[in-house]
Design a protein around this ligand. Sequence first.
Ligand code: PMP
Length: 447
Amino acid sequence: TPVDTGGMDLIERQKRYLVPGISLYYQNPLTIVRGQDRYVYGANGERYLDFFGGILTVSVGHSHPKVVQAIVEQAQQFLHTSTLYLTKPMVDLAERLAQITPGPLSQSFFTTSGTEANETALVMAQLATGNHDIIALRHSYSGRSHMTMGLTGQADWKLAGGGMHLPIRHTHNAYCYRCPFGKTPDMCAIDCAQDLEEFIQTSTSGRIAALIAEPIQGVGGFITPPVGFFEKTVEITRRHGGLFIDDEVQTGFGRTGKPFGIEHYGVTPDIMTFAKGLANGMPIGATIATPEVAQSYRGPTISTFGGNPVSMQAALATLRVIDEEHLVENARDVGTILRTGLEDLSDQYPVLGDVRGMGLMQGIEIVRENKIPAPELASSIHELARQEGLLLGLGGLYHNVLRIAPPLSVTRTEVQDALLLLKTSLKHLTEQYPQLKSLPPTRIHYR
Ligand code: PMP
C-alpha cells in the first residue's frame, strides 16, 4: 500500500524548517515509514534488518502489538493530567521498578528523556550529600542540557561551552583497547580505577556528590570496563562522600544479558537512571533512588509530561513482554552467537580491530594499521551495510565504532542474516580499499 512519505522534498523541508544541528545518518538519508518486529521499511518499500533499534529504544520489537494495545487503551481512557494528581499507571510503574532494580532502590521520579533523568539524579545526589563536585568518565554521553553536556566526556557534544562551568571533572574510563596506562589485558591491575583516588585529591574539593557512569558506554562506542572497575571506583567514591549514579539509559532492561548492566559488576548503585528502551519507543525518563537518598529530594517539584499515563502503560507493557518472552535470556544467548560471529569476522578482516560489549550490545572499533582509528572506513561500512539492507549505529570519540544493538527479541536466524550482510559489506569495502587485505592483526585478546 502506498504510504505518505511527506513528498520527495522531505530533505529540503527538513533543512529549511529544522535546525542544522540534527545529525542524519547516511549520504542519502533514510525515511522510515513503518516498523515491524526487527524490520523497518523505507519510503520506497525497501526492507531493512534493524540492528540499532532507533538508538536502542525499540527493545521488544517495532510496534509490538501488546505495547501498541496498552498505548491505545490508555489514550482512550485519559491522556495527560500531571504529577499534581494521583494516577495509577505512574504508581504501578514505580512499584515495578522498585521490584526489579537491585538492592534498596525504590523511589522514582519520571520525566520524558534520559537527559532529564540524569539532571534529576545529579540534583538528588547534591541534595543528599551536601557536596557539589561530580565525577564523570571520559568518553561518556549523558544528554543535551547544559549540565548533562558538562557530564559528557566528548568535545563534539558540548555545544555553547557545554556545561564546562560546572563542578564536573572527567576521570579515566577502562578503555582497554587503548589503555590510558599502556597496559595489556594480561597485565591489567585496573590502574584506571585506582587513579580515581588521586584524581579526587588533586582535581576536586576532596568531597564529591557523585560518580556517574554508564556500565557500557553507549555513544562513547560501547567501551566495556573489565570486572573490578566499578567495585574499585565506587568504593573510592563512597569514601569521599559521593554516591554512585548508574546510567542505565542504554544498558537497562536486559540489553546486556542481565536485567541491568551494572549487575555484571557486582555493585549496587545509590541512584539509577533509565530512558530509551524502557517504553519501547515512547518518551520516558526515570530516576530511581534509595529511600535514604530520595528523602532529601523535596520540592516543590513537578514534571508536566513526566509520568504521563501513556508512557507509563507503554513501559509496563514493555516490561511484561520482556518477562513473557524471556528476552533477558534471549539477549544473553543470542548475544553470544552475535559476539562469536563478530569475532570470526574480525579474524578475517583486521579492519575490525576490537569487538566488545555484552549481550545484544556489541561494538566494533574500525582501525587501520597500529590500531589507528579509521572513521572514514567505519562510515563506509555503515553505508555499505545500509545498501545491503542492514541498519547499524556509529559512535565513539574517534567516530570509528560500529554499534550493534538489535531489539532484544532478535532471533538466531536474524543474527546469522545480519552477520552475512555485514560480511558482504566488508567484502565490498575490501574491493574499494585493496590495501586492507594486507593489514596485520589489530585485535587484542581479553582474559
Ligand atoms: N544517557 C545515555 C547513556 C544515553 O545514551 C543518552 C542518549 N543517547 C542519554 C543519557 C540522553 O537521553 P535522551 O536523548 O533521552 O535525553
